[in-house]
Design a protein around this ligand. Structure first.
Ligand SMILES: *Cc1c(COP(=O)(O)O)cnc(C)c1O
Length: 449
């Protein structure tokens, strides 16, 4: 590969040679402001030229340590070899035929792989789409067609996308929903077991939260009217909340007992991110349907709904699809990404990232009172920031901490209902030195708050 190639050949080093963002990025930002709608934001307006392994390079020659993976997408690294090889070959062969016009093998092969990799050994089928939101919308369509019921149950702090139905499913007003209503009907929200913020404490959280959720479903909707319960097994945008152990199995059992389709939204947590193929495996959950996207195709747009064959087949022929859904280049990329996950054992890599990062984050919590909680699994980890001596969320501190990290060349993302969670989503192929250097920067930034 030449020196101008990104991917694994990019020098794996942090390099800060200008202010962040630098002068060339600032020039581009001025052009962007004139041409791009203001509603589309960016975490850090440095303009990317190359990326790979654990770094992102910008137009000013800075090289940032990547703790974001483009929001949990480039788990196999940017421009991973197998992704580039397979997608390039497909690009040269044909770019599109529309699976609904003339089909192609890559689409079928991705569906076969999804059947193999997702939990449960029952007969499974899949349908492919472009974005995560589209997958969630289609999971709801399928669940409604199967059950002939309408209501959908979602949870506090849940995030499922930005289209009209998925905005309704998403909990947080700002920035996702504000001024964009009215929202789709027949969506009901119930409590989730958020151990750090459960009023009676983490020990009783799973039992009380599941009892409350189930009681609300029965009293306010009627279980017999519920088509689907949709939940992220590890909540992403809501703040990397791990539902207290026992909560998910209780909700899944309730769904099963009442003929409700249990949908695991693993768009952020799936594909090796938490050290398992899917986060719900940690509690032995076998979802009826599972939605995937983000990490599935090494950066190309692809999403899927996978689940029990009899549920997936409930929608009439022609009822599911879309012009670009399961694009052949994206399918080729997904096959390359899955090949990489298997060959490099990225589940083991994710678990190793946790082993390196979590003890250091826990040490930081002992040292810095602003860190109220450390949580997450694998390479999906977070710290929740609070006012010292309380649990009051500290969004300003979180923003200041992110800014300090950015200026030192560490790309971090914030999240959470209260805007007070800093999340860490490094590519699973990141080197250990970069990982530790990133944590050093974080510690320096905490010390300088
Ligand atoms: C990102 C995300 C979505 C939406 O995916 P898009 O590709 O942005 O539409 C849905 N659910 C979860 C859990 C996500 O993290």
């Amino acid at each position: 590969m030449t020196a101008t190639t990104g991917g694994p050949s990019l020098p794996q080093e942090r390099r800060v040679v200008t202010a962040i963002p630098g002068p060339k990025s600032q020039e581009l930002q001025a052009r962007r402001s004139a041409a791009v709608a203001a509603g589309v934001g960016s975490v850090l307006p440095v303009f990317t030229t190359r990326a790979g392994g654990g770094v992102v390079e910008d137009v000013d020659g800075n090289s940032l340590i990547d703790f974001g993976s483009g929001i949990a997408v480039t788990s196999v690294g940017n421009s991973a070899e197998a992704v580039v090889r397979r997608a390039s070959a497909q690009l040269a062969a044909f770019t599109h035929s529309c699976f609904m016009v003339t089909p192609y093998e890559g689409y079928v092969e991705v569906c076969e792989k999804l059947a193999e990799l997702t939990p449960g050994d029952h007969a499974k089928k899949s349908a492919l789409f472009n974005s995560g939101a589209e997958a969630v919308e289609n999971a709801v369509k399928i669940a409604r067609a199967y059950t002939r019921r309408q209501a959908v149950v979602v949870f506090d702090h849940g995030y499922h996308g930005r289209t009209n139905l998925t905005m309704a499913l998403t909990a947080k007003n700002m920035p996702y929903k504000h001024s964009f209503g009215p929202f789709a009907p027949e969506v009901y929200r119930v409590p989730v077991a958020y151990p750090y913020r459960w009023l009676t404490g983490p020990e009783r959280c799973a039992e009380e939260a599941s009892a409350q959720a189930i009681d609300m479903i029965g009293k306010q909707i009627g279980a017999e009217n519920v088509a689907a319960i949709v939940i992220e097994p590890l909540l992403g945008e809501g703040g990397f909340i791990e539902p207290a152990k026992g909560f998910l199995p209780r909700i899944a059992e309730f769904a099963k007992a009442n003929g409700i389709v249990f949908v695991a939204d693993e768009i952020q947590s799936g594909f090796c991110r938490t050290g398992q193929w899917f986060a719900c495996e940690d509690e032995g959950i076998v979802p009826d349907l599972i939605t995937t996207a983000k990490g599935i195709a090494g950066g190309l747009p692809l999403s899927a709904v996978t689940g029990r064959a009899e549920i997936m087949d409930a929608a009439h022929s022609g009822g599911l699809g879309g012009t670009y859904g399961g694009n052949p280049v994206a399918c080729a990329a997904a096959l390359g990404a899955i090949e990489t996950m298997r060959e490099l054992d990225l589940n083991a890599k994710a678990r190793h990232i946790e082993e390196v990062m979590k003890p250091r984050l826990l040490e930081l919590r002992e040292k810095y009172e602003v860190i109220g909680d450390v949580r997450g699994r694998g390479a999906m980890l977070a710290i929740e920031l609070v006012r010292p001596g309380s649990k009051e969320p500290a969004p300003d501190t979180t923003a200041a901490l992110a800014k300090a990290c950015h200026s030192e060349g560490l790309l971090v993302l914030t999240t959470g209902t209260y805007g007070n969670v800093m999340r860490f989503l490094p590519p699973l192929v990141i080197g250990e030195e970069l990982l530790n250097e990133g944590l050093d920067i974080l510690e320096g930034a905490l010390a300088g708050l």
